[in-house]
Structures are given as C-alpha cells and as structure tokens.
Design a binder for this molecule. Sequence first.
Ligand code: BQF
Length: 283
Amino acid sequence: MIILDGKKLAQDLKTELKSEILELKNKGIVPGLSVIIVGNDSASEIYVGNKEKACKEIGIYSEVHGLEEKISEEELLMLIDKLNADEKIHGILVQLPLPSHINEDKIILAIDPKKDVDCFHPENIGRVFLDNLRFLPCTPAGIMEILKKYEIEIVGKNVVIVGRSNIVGKPLALMMINESATVTSCNSKTKNLKDECLKADILISAVGKTGLITADMVKQGAVVIDVGMNRNEEGKLLGDVDFAKVSKISSAITPVPGGVGPMTIAMLLKNTIKAVKIYANRS
Ligand code: BQF
C-alpha cells in the first residue's frame, strides 16, 4: 500500500516554480497575488496564512487584505475593481465563505477572469467544461497532479466522487470526464452510497464529515483520495476517510494532513504564475 505524499509532491512542484519565478525576475517581472479575507473565521485565517507562507517561500509577491466582517458589498466590489486594474497584481483570490450579507456570486463575477486564480468565475468554469483551459480549480488540479505523479491511470477507470461542491466535486467530475474516466457523482441523497463507492477504482471523498468512508465501502486495491478537512475537539485535522482501516484495503491513499491540502496550495502558486503569462497576452 502506497501513501500518496502530497506534501512531498508540493515541495517538488514549489522547487520547479521557484526557478520559473527566477526567470521571470530576470525579465523584471514579479508575480503578484492579492488575497482578500473578510471577518475572522479561524479556519480561513489558517488557509490564508498557508497561502502567504507558500508565496513567500518561492518569491511571489503577496498581499493580504483583511476586511472587517461588517464591510459592505459595495466596498468589497470597489477593492476588487482596484485590484483588477493593479499592474503588480496578477492573481486575485477572495477567501470563502463570505458573511451572509454579501452575495458570493456577485463578488466572484467582479474578479477579472484573467486574474481568477481560484478558477471560480463562470467564464473559467466554462473553460473547464469545454476542456479549453486557462486556469484549473486548485483542489481538483492538485488531485489530478497527485494521480499523474504516481502514474495512476485514469482512462477507462470507474471514478466515484462523493460531494458535489462548486469548488471540488463538480469541477473534478468534469476534469475526470475530460480524462476519459467513467464518473459517478454522489451526494447526500444518493440511494446506496456504499454500493456506489464499492464500484470505484478511484474513490474521492470531498464532503467534510469525519469517518464517512469506512473500510466496507472500498473495493480491494482501489485508490482513495481524501479531500476532507475536519477538525476534531482537540483541533486535530481529520479527513473523511477512516484511514487506519481503509489503508489496509486500498492500493494507495492520501493522508490528512499532508495529502491533497499541500497540493491545493501548490496549484494556487502555479495558477498565479500562469496568470503572469495570461496578463502578458491580455487586450
Ligand atoms: C495539509 C479549504 C475546505 C474549505 C475551504 C495544507 C491546507 C490544508 C491542509 C490549506 C482548504 C484546504 C483551503 C494542508 C486551503 C487546503 O497539510 O494537509 C494546506 O491551506 N488549504 C482553503 O483555502 O479553503 C478551504 C478546505
């Protein structure tokens, strides 16, 4: 049984990206990422901290705009307009969730699609649908990269995805279809989740529920990707998968922490460097 080491892969990728950034710097270009965070959700603060640290590690200029919970939608839209026009900023990211008085869809629509490094804008999601790519959404891209680096075949495989969020499950299903997998998308209304999961050659859980995927739901030799990011009472990070038992059945599995999470961050960095090239070809 192989543990899919996302942390190691992310380190390798960062080393590659660092040398790309050095080349850009020789041309007088420093990639720039602007992160907007509203309010003080503790998980969001950790994620934004991870992004800042990763940028610093490889030489991306990053700025964090920490806004008060009570900021108005108009003020937030004004900041986005300003960043859209800012020449030193190539990528803009709004950390979700936003407070309930702000319309997330409206905020995402305001981001210049050429700076949308999270790949949340409908134009960029449309490009994922059409396999006509600009950016890829970070978590699904991280999962595809893990499979690629470990030479896990996708073509013709039964891929079962539990969870259908706009950020992970849905775009990942599109990307798996584009790679010629046979894809099943499951959700909380799925009639017999266990039977669906048992068909998977590659099983991906992106729900956010500790212990959702148990050993009896996994086919012998399946590859298991755990996107769950749950914190227990002691603040310990846990996935959706019962790792101890499932890892005895699977042929390969991602741990939490150290699996998909670090690759998500690495893909954000990759998108930010891609944004520099997109910016150079704007107009
Ligand atoms: C690790 C995220 C759910 C909802 C919104 C490294 C991260 C997490 C774990 C991280 C995530 C999850 C992020 C590890 C960003 C991934 O070592 O295992 C990094 O910072 N992530 C986010 O920005 O929003 C989320 C999960």
